[in-house]
Design a protein around this ligand. Sequence first.
Ligand code: GDP
Ligand code: MG
Length: 204
Amino acid sequence: LGGGGDFYDIAFKVMLVGDSGVGKTCLLMRFKDGAFLAGTFISTVGIDFRNKVLDVDGMKVKLQMWDTAGQERFRSVTHAYYRDAHALLLLYDVTNKASFDNIQAWLTEIHDYAQHDVVLMLLANKVDSAHEPAVKREDGEKLAKEYGLPFMETSAKTGLNVDLAFTAIAKELMQRSMKVPSEPGFQLHDYVKREGQGASCCRP
Ligand code: GDP
Ligand code: MG
């Protein structure tokens, strides 16, 4: 399967959403290229995608990662993409309270436009700052618990939990697609809790 030199067994679409400036593009670049360009603000126009093939338990899992622009004026573009997304990474910036306050609005939008069984994870990005964050970890955990979402703190700058977040999503998607209905499958919540540095998650 696959083409253009990248071979894979199974492919999924993962979309990154959240306010403009929370670090979606940087997180994706960190994951894809292992790099962080300090101070650069790469403005994403509408939607953009990057692929990466991961090895998950002996399978080649291709993630097609869609990077969206959070600006209101592009909303009509991204709505169409929600329907095709197998997973969503919803980000806020711990140094920006407004981006956290807007998570509810993003969840409403996800509820309205995404597949009802979409795999969703909440990420608190930019935890690398030496300063007291504008959004406390407990507040993120509380919100995640309220909505039954796995929750992780990440940093595109240091790379904290970045690979882990995408790997967890890939594992969950792969297990879901292969699972025999009666068998217990991969548990995203437990995996995140076990593997994440400073990660936590909650069941509703
Ligand atoms: P997007 O609009 O959500 O795609 O945000 P960008 O990825 O363009 O990042 C916006 C700004 O935040 C840029 O100046 C980045 O350098 C910065 N940034 C992104 N991720 C991090 C992070 O993890 N830590 C810190 N300190 N800055 C970050
Ligand atoms: Mg961007």
